[in-house]
Each structure stands twice: as C-alpha cells, then as structure tokens.
Design a protein around this ligand. Structure first.
Ligand SMILES: Cc1cc2nc3c(=O)[nH]c(=O)nc-3n(C[C@H](O)[C@H](O)[C@H](O)COP(=O)(O)OP(=O)(O)OC[C@H]3O[C@@H](n4cnc5c(N)ncnc54)[C@H](O)[C@@H]3O)c2cc1C
Length: 416
C-alpha cells in the first residue's frame, strides 16, 4: 500500500516542471554566491599556475560543496534529478578549471556507484573526498593513449592471482583528471581480452598502492586549474575486494557473454552515460558567463558615439546567444529529469551534451567578437572561457560520439 508521503514522491517523479523547487532555488543561490565570491576572483591565477587549487578545494569542503555528502544529497534526495545540473551551472559559471577540480572526484565516485556494491560505495566514496582539514581526490581512469572514443580497444589488463586472491594491473591510462595525484583511482581494465568491451571491469586502487605512478602531466588549452595526467600501472597488486561488484558477479557476467547472452553494460560507458547531463550543465554555465559579460560590455562600450548594443548586429548576436543557451539548458534539464526517472528514449543525455558543448564554444567565441580586441587579451575573462569551453566538444564522449549514440538510438541501425 502507498501512504500519503510516498504518493507525493511518486507524483513528484512523474511530472517534469521548469519551475525549480524551493530547495533548488536556495541551492542555486548558495553555489552562485560561492562562485562569485571565491571562485571567480581566483580563476585567472589558477589558470596561469596550471595547478590544482588546493585552498579553494579546502574552502569548498568547509562549506560542504566538496564532499561525498553533497554528492549523496544531489543523487539521493532529489526526485526531479535537476538539482545537480542547477548546482553545476552556477559552479562552472564561476570558473570551469576550478569547477572541474571540485567536481573531478565525482567521476571516481560515479564509477564506484555504477559498478560497486553498497559496502564498496560506503568504503571508497568518502575516501575520494576526505574532509575540510584533509582534502582527498578521486580519479576515474578509463582512456588510454590508443583508446579514447573506442572503449573496446583498452589494453590495460587485470589478471587474477589465484594464489593470493589479488588482482594485478598493468597498463597506461591517459588524460586522467586528478591522475596520479588522487588518493583513490578507479581503473577500467580488461579481464577477458577475447570479449572486447564486454570483457572489462572496474577496480579501486587504494591510496599509496605500489606500482601506480603519474606519467606525463599535460599542459592544456583550457580548464588549466584542473590537473590532467597519465597514470602508469606497473604490476599494481590490489586485494580481491577492490574489484567493483564481486568476483562471483563478474564470473557470472562473463559466462553470460560467452554463452551469447546480450550484455551491453560496458564498464566505462555506464559511468559516462550517467554523467552526461551533468557535463552539459557545466558547459551551459560557461556559455552563460560569457553571454552575461558580453551583454554588460555591449551596453557600456561606445563606438561611433553610441553604445555598441544599439547596433542590431551586436544586439542580435546577444539575442541568438541567450536563445541558444536557454535551448541547451532546457535539453540539459530534460535529460537530467529523464535520467532520474530512467526514461531515456532517444539518447537525450547525449543530445544535451552535444548541444551544450557546441553552444559553449560558439557563445564564448561570439562574446570575444563583441569585446573586440579586449576579448582577445587576458585582462578580460572571455578568452579564458573560450579556451575552457572547447573541452566540452571532446571529453565524456566527443561531438561525433554523441552523434553516433543519438543516430543509433533514433534509427536502431548500427551506424559506424
Ligand atoms: C582535459 C581532459 C580531461 C579528461 N579526463 C578524463 C578522465 O578523467 N578519465 C578518462 O578516462 N578520460 C578522460 N579524458 C579523455 C577523453 O574522454 C578522451 O580524450 C575522449 O574520449 C576522446 O578520446 P581521444 O582523445 O582518444 O580521441 P579519439 O577517440 O582518437 O578521436 C579523435 C577524433 O576522431 C573522432 N572519432 C573517433 N571515433 C569515431 C567514430 N567512430 N565516428 C566518428 N568520429 C570518430 C573523434 O570524435 C575525434 O574527433 C579527458 C580528456 C581531456 C582532454
């Protein structure tokens, strides 16, 4: 029997609304204020330093923005699914590099939640964050030098050592957010090479495990306050309990695949699919930052004796920008809601990510145009936002991979 309170929750879950609830309005303001007061003023410095902004991570941990409790609240106590998108838009409006430093551990947490047992989630997710006095990081390591979009081409191997009950990991991961400096690394590895992407599993590498080291640290075009590096795994021995899920479930799954039973749940794809609306919301935040800045600038900048916004060509650019940003946000909120209700039909998460990435790149470029020469120099943040935006066409599935996922969903054809 459904009691009254349960039926309210079910009612909430069945309706999509554009109106944010009271909690979401408060959340939006809370994150916005932090982004405005703490993140924006620090953004230029950390972009130049190309380092993880530890003091800002500590401050966000202090207010409860960086931490597993915040992630749990967003994931578990929000029947609409929209809260995370609302928070991320504000955070990344502040700065995408610092935003990614704050949210990077969430990829590891999502990887653990996607494949782990409840016990594993409770053990490992808090260790991805630490606390305000001792901030920790998590990293999700899937991509490899010869396998980014093509997740079936991973070569990193995990071999089970029957004698000790340990797994032994060997390989190289690349482009890893927080790679090598994280306390917890979640690593996707091949356990049954003959099964391609269906022969993979995810593992937690605990802090200080010998054999895991950082390779090259990358110097990047944008989101430079977020650390990106190679992770080298050289005979990394981890206890059996570090396999996410369990050995029994893995053996069962692999046996099913060998018998030809359909199994589309690829370890890496699970994580990416669940995180796409959240990534789209980040891109919307960058686009909105650039739009607002350009609007203010256009009202103040005078050329030919009048504010430049009085020219249709400038005003229309701004009109197009706000329209595109609203369209991207609507797709993002729809995808976040559909994701929560498990009602995806036509890869709407990929649609949101595809659109939002393009809108971020396009809007930040238009904002530079509106600022003219001032848009091109580092005295104004617009050139940084443009650099930051481009990654949204690339990571968490490139533009073309989103198109592939959408076109397969709408056609039912295995488009290549
Ligand atoms: C800053 C940054 C942070 C990252 N963080 C992480 C992380 O934390 N963890 C992690 O695991 N990975 C991470 N990545 C990796 C990222 O997800 C990959 O770079 C991305 O998936 C693309 O893979 P690739 O670079 O190997 O490009 P490729 O797969 O080599 O693609 C190259 C080009 O070919 C196109 N292409 C490839 N296949 C097809 C196809 N079938 N049809 C049409 N076009 C195709 C692509 O769209 C792209 O334009 C990060 C990357 C960057 C740059």
């Amino acid at each position: 029997m459904i009691d009254e309170s349960e039926s309210e929750v079910l009612d909430d879950m069945s309706e999509f609304s554009l109106e944010l609830n009271e909690d979401q309005v408060q959340l939006q303001k809370w994150v916005h204020d932090f982004a405005d007061d703490v993140i924006r003023p620090a953004a230029h410095e950390w972009d130049r330093r190309e380092e993880t902004p530890w003091p800002i991570l500590a401050e966000s941990a202090k207010i409860g923005l960086y931490g597993w409790e915040f992630m749990a609240e967003m994931m578990l106590n929000d029947p609409t699914g929209l809260s995370m998108s609302v928070a991320l838009e504000e955070l990344f409006w502040g700065d995408a590099g610092i935003g990614m430093s704050i949210m990077g551990s969430g990829l590891a947490a999502a990887g653990i939640a996607a494949s782990g047992t409840e016990k594993q989630v409770l053990e490992w997710v808090p260790q991805c964050y630490g606390d305000a006095d001792d901030v920790k990081l998590g990293a999700f390591a899937a991509s490899e030098p010869d396998a980014g979009s093509d997740v079936s081409a991973y070569r990193t191997q995990a071999v089970y050592d029957e004698a000790t009950g340990e797994w032994v990991l060997n390989g190289t991961k690349t482009w890893i957010t927080n790679g090598g400096i994280a306390d917890i690394h979640v690593v996707v590895a091949v356990v049954a090479p003959e099964l391609g992407s269906k022969g993979q599993a995810s593992f937690v590498v605990p802090p200080g495990t010998p054999g895991l080291s950082m390779g090259q640290k990358f110097s990047k075009h944008g989101i430079r306050a977020s650390h990106t590096a190679e992770v080298v795994l050289d005979d990394v021995r981890i206890p059996g309990r570090c396999l996410l899920g369990s050995k029994e479930r893995l053996d069962e799954r692999l046996a099913g695949v060998r018998e030809g039973k359909s199994n589309d749940r690829q370890a890496a794809m699970q994580t990416f699919e669940a995180t796409r609306p959240a990534v789209a919301a980040q891109a919307v935040g960058i686009a909105r930052a650039a739009y607002e800045y350009a609007l203010d600038y256009a009202k103040e900048r005078v050329a030919f004796g009048r504010p430049i916004i009085e020219n249709q060509s400038i005003a229309f650019m701004l009109a197009d920008m706000v329209t595109e940003i609203d369209a991207a946000r609507l797709l993002t909120h729809r995808a976040a809601w559909l994701g929560k209700q498990r009602k995806f039909v036509n890869a709407e998460g990929s649609m949101a990510k595809l659109k939002a990435g393009r809108v971020a790149v396009w809007s930040t470029e238009r904002a530079m145009q509106i600022l003219g020469g001032y848009g091109y120099v580092t005295d104004h943040p617009v050139e940084r936002w443009h650099r930051d935006a481009k990654i949204y066409d690339i990571f968490e599935g490139t533009e073309q991979i989103q198109q592939l996922v959408i076109s397969r969903a709408i056609s039912g054809v295995r488009i290549k």
